[in-house]
Design a protein around this ligand. Structure first.
Ligand code: 5RP
Length: 232
């Protein structure tokens, strides 16, 4: 998908986290289907349960997760049709062990992810240990309208960040999101108050969505080589 960055965690750890999250899905649930390599394990595991007779429908957070769900045989619906989801399962680029706050958007899908994940009765984050941090300090992805690039860059600098336009990996030019927008990766250093920064970024005209997910996750399931640790 557009702008998917490579993640360094082990596939075993990601698979364990994804599979454990799918254990929480009940018959009849509407499931939010996250984006990225860890969420992909959950989508495949959910597909196996559908094969075995589980009756669920999925709401995709990206073109990538929609295609994976189709391949896995998960019936799809939309937030327009259902309004909210029972459980959302999504990955993260970094999470704060203490607060559960997240930085997402390494796959440039955070705008739709936030809509779906925030609508969920239960939002389960799936991660490998490389995503854990004491306090958040990763760059914050900001999706913006292409016409607003210069003013948004300026507003990010005013907030103490250094914006870098995300470039496409396999062709010349910038990453273009599923929504037709651009992404700025904004380096703020260690975030002393992620909630306040989230509010400030959301107020900037032209910003479609930023990758700070504060007070949204109900649990973070961290896969390891041996099992799964849950932070809730
Ligand atoms: C996409 C995301 C992903 O969930 C995040 O980048 C984690 O991906 P991965 O599981 O491949 O490390 O936020 O926008």
């Amino acid at each position: 998908m557009a702008g998917m960055k490579r993640s360094g965690g082990s596939e075993t750890a990601k698979r364990r986290a994804g599979e454990r999250a799918v254990d929480a899905v009940d018959d009849g649930d509407v499931v939010g289907l996250g984006t990225g390599s860890t969420a992909a394990h959950a989508i495949r595991a959910l597909g196996r349960r559908v094969d075995a007779g589980l009756d669920v429908s999925g709401v995709a957070t990206s073109l990538q997760s929609r295609e994976l769900a189709r391949e896995a045989g998960i019936p799809l619906t939309s937030l327009d049709a259902v309004g909210s989801v029972d459980v959302a399962i999504d990955g993260t680029d970094q999470f704060d062990r203490e607060t559960g706050a997240l930085i997402k958007g390494g796959g440039a899908a955070h705008a739709r992810e936030k809509v779906v994940d925030a609508s969920a009765d239960r939002f389960l984050v799936v991660a490998d240990p490389s995503k854990a941090a004491r306090g958040l300090d990763a760059s914050v992805p900001v999706e913006l309208l292409p016409a607003a690039r210069r003013p948004v860059e300026s507003a990010v600098r005013d907030l103490g960040g250094e914006p870098t336009l995300r470039a496409a990996e396999r062709k010349d030019g910038p990453v273009v999101t599923d929504n037709g927008n651009l992404v700025l990766d904004c380096a703020f250093g260690a975030l002393s108050n992620p909630g306040a920064l989230a509010t400030d970024l959301a107020r900037v005209p032209g910003v479609v969505a930023h990758g700070l997910f504060v007070d949204l996750a109900d649990a973070v399931l961290v896969g390891t080589e041996d099992g799964v640790e849950t932070r809730s």
